[in-house]
Design a protein around this ligand. Structure first.
Ligand SMILES: Cc1cc2nc3c(=O)[nH]c(=O)nc-3n(C[C@H](O)[C@H](O)[C@H](O)COP(=O)(O)OP(=O)(O)OC[C@H]3O[C@@H](n4cnc5c(N)ncnc54)[C@H](O)[C@@H]3O)c2cc1C
Length: 416
């Protein structure tokens, strides 16, 4: 086989690209992964690391637009939309608004439940078999509320999770502090989801890369895709900053950068970049033992044996990685409302990542129409870690023609 040829060429070495590489390498395929930066340098580096299996409802749900509008006025929303005329973003929001209805809620929950439960099972296998050193723990997630109405409203969401066996247990204010003594004692209450897990994303990425290298996967870092060339029906080669690579199959797993690449193939992906921030610190003395999601502020506090992270915000301002100081302050202020000792010292990293948000809040895992040897695996939004293993396995099965364990229909491109 020529040195620049592989069975599969994966473009993008984020958590999705690595998961695809993992399950393809398991089938004996010769896999090459390229990235314009280094492995895990994108959104997969500094995210909150929740494997949030119970987070079934999509962002687009009935009532969300009205609620976020009021929260924006009260300056309590994690949402920020850059005020500029951007037709692509406007169209994306119109598509999103069109999905804020009960029928989509039900459909999306069904699709998300499939891939999230599947991913959880595969994560458990992965961790048991390979012991990837990434602070993996299965302690669940606490949804913490400072607002009575929001606490009560979650009961309706929780009822939707029951058919999937993913419902939370209710905790009143006293039970909440008993469960997690790092929380303030003036909160309204919370919901405990026992099924969820968490890990340290940067360590997951480096440990997974090591494992894949041992399995013969080739990594080409600082290698930017310039274009995919081919006929009307097949991709023949990838033009990159490091030369030309050929493969039998190609996977596009370039996260928030995917729409620009796909558009050169005349393929429109309804994905909008949404910036999120995190601060990584040393553990405070009174550190939470369980990851906490501060529901009214959209902020997560994730503890690891090796550190502690606050993360959140949803900023629609395009593909830029500028760290806005105000957003960092927003994370810190939110944590002060919920935690007795909200910050650790020293701060190790202030970080920005760009999520690939699909307008219906379901990922895309499907062949590109017109190019049967190009598979798209992106659009995971706020759930890329949680859905990674399921995405990788489904992509590998689709590509190798193996029967799939889950129904791929909710993730097909034809739904748009
Ligand atoms: C603050 C924050 C908190 C989050 N918390 C969680 C969480 O707790 N749980 C969860 O499940 N998800 C979480 N997420 C979401 C999660 O991080 C993303 O969904 C996931 O990382 C997306 O992975 P990806 O592989 O698709 O994209 P990325 O990790 O962004 O990878 C894409 C890769 O493609 C490369 N690339 C781009 N263009 C090119 C090109 N032309 N040529 C070659 N390479 C290219 C990039 O360099 C990048 O490495 C969070 C996100 C943020 C921002």
């Amino acid at each position: 086989m020529p040195a620049n040829h592989s069975d599969v060429l994966i473009i993008g070495a984020g958590v999705i690209g690595l998961a695809c590489a993992h399950y393809l390498a398991m089938t004996g395929r010769h896999v090459r992964v390229i990235d314009r930066e280094t492995v895990g340098a994108g959104a997969s580096h500094g995210n909150c690391g929740l494997v949030f299996t119970s987070d079934l409802p999509p962002l687009c749900q009935p009532g969300v637009l009205r609620r976020e509008f009021f929260r924006l006025l009260q300056r309590t929303s994690p949402l920020y939309i850059k005020p500029e005329l951007n037709c692509g973003r406007l169209l994306w929001f119109l598509r999103f608004a069109g999905k804020c209805n009960p029928a989509h809620l039900e459909r999306a929950i069904r699709g998300r439940a499939q891939i999230l439960k599947y991913s959880r099972m595969l994560f458990l296998d992965l961790m048991a078999e390979h012991r990837l050193g990434c602070d993996w723990e299965t302690r669940g997630v606490l949804l913490v509320h400072s607002d009575e109405r929001a606490l009560a409203r979650y009961a309706r969401i929780n009822a939707l999770l029951e058919p999937y066996g993913l419902e939370a247990g209710f905790l009143d204010s006293r039970a909440l502090v008993k469960r997690e003594p790092a929380l303030r004692n003036d909160l309204c209450g919370g919901w405990y989801h026992p099924v969820d897990a968490h890990l340290r994303p940067d360590r997951l990425m480096s440990a997974w890369k090591r494992l894949l290298c041992e399995r013969g996967v080739l990594f080409q870092e600082h290698c930017t895709l310039k274009g995919l060339v081919g006929s009307a029906v097949r991709i023949e080669a990838a033009r990159t900053s490091r030369g030309r690579f050929t493969a039998d199959h190609y996977i596009l797993a370039t996260g928030a950068w995917s729409p620009a690449i796909a558009s050169r193939l005349k393929l429109r992906l309804p994905i909008e970049p949404a910036k999120g921030y995190s601060i990584t610190m040393q553990r405070p003395r009174l550190c939470p033992a369980i990851p906490c999601y501060f529901a009214e502020r959209g902020v997560v506090a994730t503890p690891w044996s090796s550190g502690y992270r606050l993360g959140g915000t949803l900023e629609f301002s395009g593909l830029n990685t500028t760290v806005e100081a105000a957003r960092i302050v927003q994370l810190e202020s939110a944590a002060r409302l919920y935690l007795r000792e909200p910050l650790g010292s020293p701060v190790q990293e202030k970080w920005v990542g760009i999520r690939p948000m699909c307008s219906d809040d379901l990922p895309i895992i499907d062949f590109a129409p017109g190019h049967r040897n190009l598979l798209i695996a992106t659009g995971h939004g706020m759930m890329g870690v949680s859905m990674a293993t399921g995405t990788g396995k489904l992509a590998a099965d689709l590509l190798t023609g193996h029967p799939t364990d889950i129904d791929p229909a909710p993730f097909r491109l034809t739904r748009f």
